[in-house]
Design a protein around this ligand. Structure first.
Ligand code: NAI
Ligand code: ENO
Length: 309
């Protein structure tokens, strides 16, 4: 297969950047891959893992002559990266990102993008709780959604090129407006992580009361939460701060529904409890029927929220 790109620059080489590097190499998608990351230590590790062809701690240097630039850094670092690369981007380059929140990333990056490049925000709905260059692996994006949230007047040819790139990695591509993306992801991804961080934090506080029995007897339900709660603190702090409105809206709704369940338990209203648990069981069945692998990290159908009243 002939390389789709002459030079790809990967800015940030953690779980997502390194998974992209593995796939780009495996599938021969670029003649050259240039890797940039802030810390010299991470860069050295990326080189040891032979993730690219050239390595630099300067994002500006990395993007020189690149026809595709993929920014894979915590969303709070988007503006500083955009500022750093803006003056070095090649005319006609496609600049994309993989951030878990979209409206904030657009607000941080778009103002710095020169008119001669194609800025196309994106978000692969694929990942794990691990981070850093050792965490990446080939095939992470296979069978997963990648959502684009294009800005006004996006060049259809550039959009198509980026779509082909993700499809070559095995992803299914969808488009949404950024605000809708942020609402959907708040409920299907951000809230589950926040709930996990919270319940594991509560259990940890209770450790002294329960004499370490929380950890000793942790059953699979709790263990599932600890996986999510082991996710990268910087990345998830940034998600919370950069999707604040949608997360607070969903948390308010969640708290209301929790209060309903709490009340039903207090008053012994078994019918209400049974009805809710039956309804939620059906959700998992419909995810399986839709062809989603529910045992792997996944987010179900991107438009699930549309069905809510
Ligand atoms: N972890 C996951 O499961 C998923 C993460 N994402 C998004 O992908 C992005 C990257 O996440 P991960 O790869 O998991 O994080 P990570 O923590 O594994 O890697 C982040 C990388 O960015 C680098 N970095 C941080 N600030 C930088 C800066 N100013 N300039 C250059 N490099 C910088 C770090 O050195 C590191 O190499 C985040 O925006 C996250 O929201 C999207 C889908 C899934
Ligand atoms: O590990 C998991 O279960 C995840 O949820 C991974 C993940 C985290 C953040 C994203 O924006 C997309 C995927």
């Amino acid at each position: 297969m002939t390389a789709q790109f002459d030079r790809i620059a990967l800015i940030g080489i953690g779980l997502i950047g390194s998974s992209l590097a593995h796939d780009i190499k495996r599938l021969g998608l670029a003649k050259e891959v240039v890797i940039a990351t802030r810390s010299a230590e991470t860069l050295k590790r990326a080189e040891e893992l032979a993730l690219g062809d050239r390595y630099t701690t300067s994002s500006a240097e990395a993007v020189e002559g690149a026809d595709l630039v993929i920014v894979s850094v915590p969303v709070g670092a988007s503006e500083s990266v955009a500022k750093e690369i803006a003056g070095s981007l090649k005319p006609g380059a496609i600049v994309t990102d993989v951030g878990s929140t979209k409206a904030s990333v657009i607000a941080q990056m778009q103002p710095h993008m020169p008119p001669h490049v194609h800025f196309i925000p994106g978000h692969p709905l694929a990942g794990t709780e691990k981070s850093g260059p050792d965490a990446g692996f080939p095939g992470l994006f296979e069978g997963r959604w990648c959502i684009f949230t294009p800005v006004a007047d996006t060049d259809p040819a550039a959009l198509n090129t980026l779509r082909q790139f993700w499809e070559t990695l095995g992803s299914k591509v969808d488009e949404m407006d950024p605000e809708h993306h942020d609402k959907v992801l708040a409920i299907v991804s951000h809230l589950p992580h926040i709930i996990a961080y919270n319940i594991v934090g509560t259990a940890d506080d209770l450790e002294t009361v329960t004499e370490s029995e929380v950890i000793k007897y942790s059953a699979s339900g709790f263990r599932d939460f600890t996986r999510l709660a082991a996710s990268d603190p910087t990345m998830w702090r940034d998600v919370c701060l950069h999707n604040k409105d949608a997360i607070l809206e969903m948390l308010a709704r969640f708290s209301e529904d929790l209060a309903y369940l709490q009340r039903a338990i207090r008053w012994g209203e078994g019918d209400k409890i049974f009805e809710l648990f039956t309804r939620t069981r059906a959700v998992r069945r419909s995810i399986i029927q839709a062809g989603q692998d529910v045992d792997a990290p996944d987010f179900g159908r991107p438009h699930a929220l549309d069905k809510k009243p």
